[in-house]
Design a protein around this ligand. Sequence first.
Ligand code: PLP
Length: 354
Amino acid sequence: MSRFWSDVVSRLSPYVPGEQTDSKTVIKLNTNESPYGPSKKAIDAISRCVGDDLRLYPDPRCLDLRAAVASLEDLSVDNVFVGNGSDEVLAHVFRALFKSDQPVLFPDITYSFYPSYCRLFDLSYEEIPLNADFLIEIEDYSKGNGGVILPNPNAPTGIDLGLPSIRRLLESQSDSTVVIDEAYVDFGAESAVVLIQEFPNLLVTRSLSKSYGLAGLRVGYALGHADLIEALHRVKDSFNSYPVDRLASAGAIAAIEDRDYLNKVRLDIMRSREKLSSGLSALGFLVLPSATNFVFVRHERLSARSLHQELRQADILVRHFTRPTRVEEFLRITVGTEEIVGEMLKRLQLILAH
Ligand SMILES: *Cc1c(COP(=O)(O)O)cnc(C)c1O
């Protein structure tokens, strides 16, 4: 605390990301990054951009990247907003589309950035409990609100929701914006993008950080009706005209256009996920059914805190959310390559043996 701080800063409780490390010996399974690099075509496109043109600002409307996303999603450029990672896109969503007269609704167990944005933008919120099986109960969202946001699949549970439930939510909420955060949708869930034409209150957000292996490039986007996208541009242009730099735009376009590479990575990760899930079950873990590139697990006997520490001593980083909740005994483990999964299970077996 300092007397120079603004009122809002004193009241913030910032999101704490998982630890980053440069160590080459650590197996890093704590922030849901891809174990594969991005498409080689993305790396080549970025290299081609490194040159004198960097003296020039990028296109503030980001038309080339928005056109690439629009063509991928079968929408028009007016339906696409891009930003510096989907976290930035989400920040603009909270500012531009959520109202402060009633609480913003999201699950009690979900992406912990949502309450941080509410505090930053002075929005009240209500956390709607998942049911005893950690599922979202759509009927519980039928109440007055300033907006609704859900990740699909949910994080950190990894469990996905079918389109019929999302459709029911949209029908019951025609007066507020409903945001579906699809950061993990490429790993097996159904996308809500097909509902955009029908529902003017639906906004879908996506990230290139997980399935595309581009967490370091910081690119995310939002899809929705043109007037929702216009609201995001109004906030963006009141904050930063150039959130996506020249290298990021070129790399993102090439990555998006390389469909074969994305499909290969998705299938590899989904295959490894099954190996990780069955391996963990065999070692006494409860494994929630995952449609993502991570699994959320609890051991029958050992505490999450001690397992987290022992894994760290064995050079494996996983994520433990220490805030006291009903999931404090869970660990979130990112799916690696089959080789990484094998190594992780081997070290875990040694830990459990003593
Ligand atoms: C990783 C993640 C994001 C943010 O992704 P970036 O594009 O890296 O900012 C958003 N929502 C959820 C649920 C995530 O897990």
